[in-house]
Design a binder for this molecule. Structure first.
Ligand code: PLP
Length: 344
């Protein structure tokens, strides 16, 4: 076995959903796009349904079809990208709820699938998806007459609680939905933590379920243990890896481990990145290669069989920091080559 072991704790995902649910008095859905942030809808979907989630959000209709196969009839599956050309059959047969983003999508939807449930996505300032205030006021009455099941918008800066954008988007969302008798949703993980004003009727956490920031109190979900392929002692003055990027200043014991950038261990994660052995940090040296990483294990008193990149000693966000990115990207990059073990 020379592939890394990715351990995904489904009980931690369920605990995180329950913890986020306890922070509000409204319904808590689950965002499970991009194959549950890379962790696998086949296992994560049922675990969240068992924890109590009744509503799920995905990015595209194709993801919704795959999720419906996993979950069976019952749970609501909402699609952020709305109703795109070519989606109608999938939306109907998998009973998906598109979040309509424009007047064009609204027309597509009511023509192709009259009476089929839909939601509305409003743009409150992020300028990414959803109807803008002008567009919305022009069709609001017609759209509401078709009885949308949800009206939602998305916050651009919810991970920065003091950002003025949060209040501006909240005000805009309230103004655009005032007087409507339709359930509303504004908050993802960050929005839940902003407090009750942001909760409305349904929250949509994603990253917090999977143990990532901004949910500081999350239970860790993921561990990544990488087997050591070979160990060698490198003399002072010798170099290690591509481009001779590391040169030993004194004798150095080097472990070559079996995972690289093709496994989502981003190549930018060079200088300053560490793995751990029994909680003790060991630095990456040289460049991350496609299938391998070299690590300075001179300070270990024993020869390790595995080194850990992500786990109790280093969170997904710590590792993201090594690569100048965010936990979301580390999670969704976790490669297909890892041996996946699910804890239940
Ligand atoms: C991804 C996404 C979410 C979930 O966001 P997290 O920050 O992962 O909690 C919620 N709503 C929309 C529209 C999204 O695109």
């Amino acid at each position: 076995m020379t592939t890394a072991t990715l351990t995904i704790d489904l009980t931690a995902i369920a605990a995180n959903w329950q913890a986020l649910n306890k922070l509000t008095n409204c319904e808590t859905a689950a965002v499970i796009k991009a194959d549950a942030y890379g962790l696998g809808i086949a296992k994560v979907g049922p675990a969240l349904a068992k924890a109590g989630a009744r509503g799920f959000f995905v990015a595209a209709a194709e993801e919704g079809v795959a999720l419906r196969r996993v979950l069976g009839a019952g749970p609501d599956i909402c699609v952020f990208s709305g109703h795109m050309a070519g989606d109608s059959d999938m939306i109907r047969s998998a009973n998906l709820t598109p979040m309509i983003n424009s007047v064009d999508q609204l027309l597509t939807h009511v023509e192709a699938l009259p009476g089929h449930p839909f939601g509305i996505q409003l743009d409150t300032g992020m300028n990414r998806l959803g109807m803008e205030p002008g567009e919305w006021s022009a069709v609001r009455e017609i759209a509401v007459a078709q009885q949308p099941v949800l009206i939602m918008s998305h916050l651009a800066c919810a991970d920065e609680p003091d950002h003025v954008m949060n209040q501006m988007q909240l005000d805009s969302f309230i103004e655009m939905t005032q007087g409507l008798d339709v359930p509303r949703s504004l908050a993802a993980t960050g929005g839940i933590l902003l407090g009750e004003k942001y909760h409305f009727d349904v929250t949509r956490p994603g990253v917090g379920l999977y143990g990532g920031l901004p949910f500081i109190d999350a239970t860790p979900v993921v561990a990544l243990d990488i087997p050591v392929i070979q160990i060698r002692d490198v003399a002072a003055g010798e170099s290690v890896g591509y481009g001779n990027a590391f040169v030993a200043i004194s004798e150095t014991r080097v472990a070559t481990i079996a995972a690289g950038y093709a496994d989502g261990l981003i190549r930018a994660m060079g200088n300053g990145a560490t793995l751990t052995f029994d909680g003790q940090p060991v630095p990456i040296i040289g460049r991350v290669s496609m299938d391998m990483i070299t690590v300075d294990i001179s300070r270990l008193s024993q020869v390790p069989e595995h080194l850990q990149l992500i786990g109790l000693h280093q969170s997904v966000d710590t590792v993201a920091g090594f690569a100048g990115t965010i936990g979301y990207e580390i999670l969704t990059s976790l490669g297909a080559r890892h041996d996946r073990v699910y804890l239940t």
